[in-house]
Design a protein around this ligand. Structure first.
Ligand code: PRX
Length: 658
């Protein structure tokens, strides 16, 4: 490091607050600090501002219908189509030749779809789906990697009013079957395979394996041919080649179906406290308005921008901020198929330079990896096109924030640390880049109109500096409406009712711990339920546990998250072997493979620690916190309340020796 670099780093290390650059503020979509008050004073009508970003087939009557809380409804009476809003209207307004999607394959091939091209392709695929028999409200499952056909299929579903349920391609065959069963989904769009670190990965075999466990008839499966000759595979009777079908329907015109604002746009399964994933339901009006508004206000997206979110569309971040938000605003959205270190650790920066990317949105885990690889990789490229940087998915440590700000943003770009969830549909807590001071490590204040607070176990707001729980005391348009076919679980998982003299108040609990400071900035501390966050990916420890105990030779298991330098958290398994089984590498390997088979490689345990007993309270509950501390190498607290305190030392010793 040169002396100049060292003094710059030392200065940044000291600095706790950063102001948005003047040049950014001057051009920001939202730069008037009065916006907070405006939303506060005019709530809920303030949300018309979000709805106004969309084109409605018929105007809504009521902004918020709260008669049946917490089953809130937004923009009721209004009708619209999401695909029309993301495509047709931009074409009608003269943007036919503007790039909508710029796709880059891992091997370096590129494809650009203008808004005109994308509309044609979406219409052809919408006509295909209709011909296959897909009707309005049928759930279509999309088990696809980062290929352009994924957003095309999403928009085609939206066009004909068929909700999609995207299953992350990295999930296992089991996970696909569970989700198709839960949604009674009879149609599937999938892919033969995709590239990872230069290798052609077989996706179709995994798909077929999953289909064997679907408990109802699957009418049709459409298979995108991504790999060509790199993978030989045959199609069974109800499987069709995507290109053949789309060629047959080329030039088709499919009128976008007018959907009620509250009609389901999509389902997205996410992990919770039980082994069963939750089917989060998002709607057409509220969700689209909310993602468009937050893309405009927080990501500062403008139609002439090239915007890149490096998430996978298989997660909510990709739905909201690769597909729906950016396309609703008519901008150019970049999609990259592969990993950031293939063929070299500079791949992302090469893509930024080549496409003159204006806005870049990624996860802290990626930033920590960039940091570890070193600044020489971004330094090879001209990143001066960047105007704004964002992060999402997990807490960002101030060091990583500053590295991002300095080495990617050249101290010229605001960084927005955006807190939100699958359930919230869009961002909830973050600075507005054209207005607020940034404090690395703290997401920021709640967005205008968002009633996020930090409360103690009694629901009372905590003092500045004290830890508590995030709670949201007002509904917002992007919120989930329910868990698919499970209204009871929706209430018990998320809502608490408080009655006062005037009214019944419902509050939403996201299950995150947090602190708040004197300026109302919220620092997220992490999940307070049995969910781990590995590289920004949300996984249920119960799901992993049931995979581990499904392995022959394992009697009992407890799964926890432990600190990890790059991933944020990693999965640790504590397992009791069955009598007659050797607690050795072979059993550990099988336990790990059991998790990979049942969920996918993202859930792969970092370590399996065998123990004759798990630490339990006198009432028989596993002391997970203690296991988390062991996994993270933390000081262990008081163990005297345990039924079996001795076991803790044994486990800690064992973990250390591994
Ligand atoms: O714990 C919070 C963490 O990710 C959880 C939501 O995960 P998921 O539904 O998969 O959505 C991820 C992408 C929106 C939250 O409960 N989380 C998300 N963003 C942040 C965060 N933790 C800290 N800071 C963030 N910016």
């Amino acid at each position: 490091m040169t002396q100049e670099d060292a003094s710059l780093e030392a200065r940044l290390e000291e600095q706790e607050q950063f102001e948005p650059p003047e040049s950014f503020v001057e051009q920001a979509n939202v730069s008037d600090p009065g916006v907070y008050e405006e939303f506060e004073e005019n709530w809920p009508e303030c949300w018309e501002r979000a709805a106004d970003l969309l084109s409605w087939d018929s105007e809504y009557d009521t902004v918020l219908e709260d008669g049946d809380a917490p089953f809130y409804e937004w923009f009721t009476g209004g009708e619209l189509n999401a695909s029309y809003n993301c495509l047709d209207r931009h074409v009608e307004e003269g943007a036919k030749n503007r790039a909508a999607i710029k796709w880059e394959g891992e091997l370096g091939e590129t494809r650009t779809y203008t808004y005109g091209d994308l509309l044609n392709e979406v219409e052809a695929f919408a006509a295909t789906l209709r011909d296959l028999g897909v009707e309005e409200d049928d759930v279509v499952t999309l088990y696809m990697p980062m290929v352009p056909e994924l957003p095309i299929a999403m928009l085609a579903c939206a066009r004909i009013g068929a909700p999609h349920s995207v299953v992350f391609a990295g999930f296992s065959a089991d996970a696909l079957a569970t989700r198709m069963n839960s949604a009674d989904s009879e149609y599937l769009v999938t892919c033969d395979g995709y590239y990872r670190r230069g290798d052609a990965l077989d996706h179709i075999s995994k798909t077929n394996e999953g289909l064997e466990d679907v408990d109802h008839e699957v009418s049709d499966v459409v298979v995108v041919d991504r790999l060509g000759d790199a993978l030989d595979h045959s199609l069974s009777a109800n499987q069709h080649d995507y290109d053949d079908l789309v060629d047959e329907h080329a030039g088709a015109s499919v009128e976008p179906v007018s959907r009620d604002a509250e009609d389901m746009l999509f389902l997205m399964y996410t992990s919770g406290t039980t082994g069963q994933p939750k089917g989060v339901k998002h709607t057409t009006g509220g969700y689209l308005a909310y993602t468009a508004w937050t893309s405009q206000a927080v990501l500062d997206v403008k139609p002439e921008d090239t915007y890149w979110c490096s998430a996978d569309i298989g997660w909510i971040t990709g739905h909201s901020y690769i597909v729906y938000g950016p396309l609703a605003l008519g901008t150019t959205t970049v999609m990259y198929e592969g990993t950031p270190d293939y063929p070299e650790k500079d791949r992302l920066w090469e893509i930024v330079e080549k496409n003159r990317v204006d806005i870049f949105y990624t996860a802290p885990t990626a930033i920590r990896a960039f940091m570890k690889w070193g600044k020489q990789y971004p330094e090879r490229y001209d990143l001066s096109s960047l105007r704004l940087l964002g992060t999402v998915g997990e807490p960002i440590n101030p060091r990583a924030w500053k590295w991002y700000y300095q080495h990617i943003g050249n101290e010229d770009c605001p960084v927005v640390d955006t807190w939100w969830q699958t359930e919230t549909g869009g961002m909830m807590i973050t600075t507005l880049p054209g207005i607020n001071t940034m404090k690395p490590g703290s997401a920021g204040p709640p967005l205008p109109g968002i009633g996020a607070k930090v409360v103690d176990a009694n629901g009372e707001e905590v003092d500045a500096g004290q830890a508590g729980y995030v709670m949201v005391d007002k509904p917002w348009p992007g919120m989930l409406r329910t868990l698919y076919q499970n209204d009871d679980r929706f209430i018990t998982e998320y809502w608490q009712e408080y009655s006062d003299e005037d009214a019944d108040e419902w509050t939403y609990f996201p299950e995150d711990g947090a602190k708040i400071d004197d300026d109302g900035y919220i620092t997220i501390l992490g999940r307070v339920d049995d969910v781990v966050n590995v590289s920004g990916h949300r996984l249920g420890t119960m799901e992993i546990e049931s995979a581990v105990v499904g392995v022959e030779g394992i009697a009992e298991a407890a799964v926890v998250g432990g600190d990890h330098e790059i991933k944020g958290e990693a999965v640790y398994v504590y397992a009791i072997p069955e009598d007659g089984y050797d607690a050795g590498d072979e059993l550990a390997e099988r336990a790990i493979q059991g998790v990979v088979d049942s969920i996918g490689p993202i859930a792969k345990p970092e370590e399996v620690i065998f123990t004759p007993e798990l630490p339990k309270t006198r009432s028989g509950k596993i002391m997970r916190r203690l296991l988390e501390d062991i996994a993270s190498g933390n000081e262990l607290g008081n163990t005297s309340t345990l039924r079996n305190p001795d076991v803790v030392d044994d486990i800690a010793e064992q973990a250390e020796s591994n």
